[in-house]
Design a protein around this ligand. Structure first.
Ligand SMILES: Nc1ncnc2c1ncn2[C@@H]1O[C@H](COP(=O)(O)OP(=O)(O)OP(=O)(O)O)[C@@H](O)[C@H]1O
Ligand SMILES: [Mg+2]
Length: 308
């Protein structure tokens, strides 16, 4: 039905920036979300998560860079793309004096959804059927958040974007949202981009994630790999990095080389392979000045605990 579906990433953000005067809210950010991902979008307060999400939804215009969704340029195919996206940004916009079902009806009408059963279905999905006729102002935070998600789901989007959906919820409310995301991902095959400032939470739901800091990408990848305690990333400093890099690229260590935003030599390997690497460098006569372990995830944790 959707020809763009099979090929390429579902979201492709390239070199995206948003400046507010001198402030770089988002700064050269690139990321890709594949179909079926629960993609964790992690960063501390002010990192640029909401700004990025607003650009993904065309609520604000990028200063530079490009966004492709479903293989199409976002700005050129805006309405076609957004018809396939559901989103809740920060707090859901709900009418407190209306009931849950009435809120959904308004939204369904606005999004041109003609499917009569859709409202009942999403109420059921988010577990609000029994409270659907109560006014939203009597809802708990968690119920409001779930109703917000129901609103995002009513037109049956393929991609769901949730900006900090568990903010301000108690542990039960957080678990409800988590289970809802996992269920919709597994059973309905929806793709999710979910922002959070808690790695511990993302670990439980995401298969891939990116961490951003001050609008820039720190690390992106499979959660399984990024969170693997055996994985070791090292930076290599040599007398001649250009030469060292070409030697490594031509050696059996080539697959371990990783891109580094600062252009340093970076390798990702198992901890147990580090001694072999050191030996190989000596054998290849690479003049090593330093070999530094590097773990941005740990740095991230550390900065979090220090800040907290
Ligand atoms: N309209 C705006 N005008 C000026 N600065 C802005 C505007 N919107 C966001 N910013 C700034 O951009 C930076 C990124 O903000 P953003 O809301 O994207 O962060 P965030 O990662 O969503 O943070 P939080 O976890 O607190 O929601 C912040 O420094 C913020 O103050
Ligand atoms: Mg935010």
């Amino acid at each position: 039905m959707h020809p763009a579906r099979a090929s390429g990433p579902l979201i492709e953000v390239s070199d995206l920036s948003k400046y507010y005067g001198g402030l770089r809210a988002v700064d050269g950010l690139s990321l890709t979300v594949q179909q079926g991902d629960v993609y964790g979008f992690l960063g501390q307060n002010g990192a640029g998560k909401s700004t990025t999400i607003r650009m993904l939804l065309t609520l604000i215009r990028p200063t530079s860079g490009s966004i492709r969704l479903f293989g199409m340029d976002l700005l050129r195919h805006r309405s076609e793309i957004l018809a396939r996206v559901g989103a809740v940004i920060e707090k859901p916009d709900l009418y407190g004096y209306l009931t849950g079902r009435e809120n959904l009806r308004i939204l369904a009408r606005l999004s041109g959804c003609r499917d009569k059963g859709a409202i009942e279905r999403v109420l059921e999905t988010v577990g609000l059927s029994a409270r659907a006729d109560d006014k939203v102002r009597t809802y708990s935070q968690g119920m409001r958040q779930r109703l917000g998600i129901a609103c995002a789901l009513v037109h049956d989007p393929e991609l769901v974007i949730l900006d900090e959906p568990t903010n301000g919820l108690d542990p039960q409310g957080i678990a409800d949202i988590r289970n809802l995301i996992l269920r919709l991902s597994r059973e309905a095959g929806k793709t999710f981009l979910v922002s959070s400032h808690l790695l511990s939470e993302m670990e439980l739901i995401a298969n891939r994630m990116v961490i951003i800091d001050k609008g820039r990408k720190v690390v992106e990848g499979e959660c399984r790999t990024l969170l693997d305690p055996e994985r070791q990333v090292v930076h290599l400093e040599t007398i001649d990095d250009g030469q060292a890099l070409s030697i490594l690229a031509a050696s059996r260590w080539a697959p371990y080389l990783e891109d580094d935003p600062q252009g340093r030599i970076r390798l990702a390997l198992n901890r147990s392979e580090v001694p072999q690497l050191v030996r190989a460098l000596a054998e290849m006569e690479v003049q090593v000045l330093a070999l530094r372990p590097f773990n941005r995830l740990e740095d991230y944790f550390l900065s979090l605990t220090q800040a907290g």
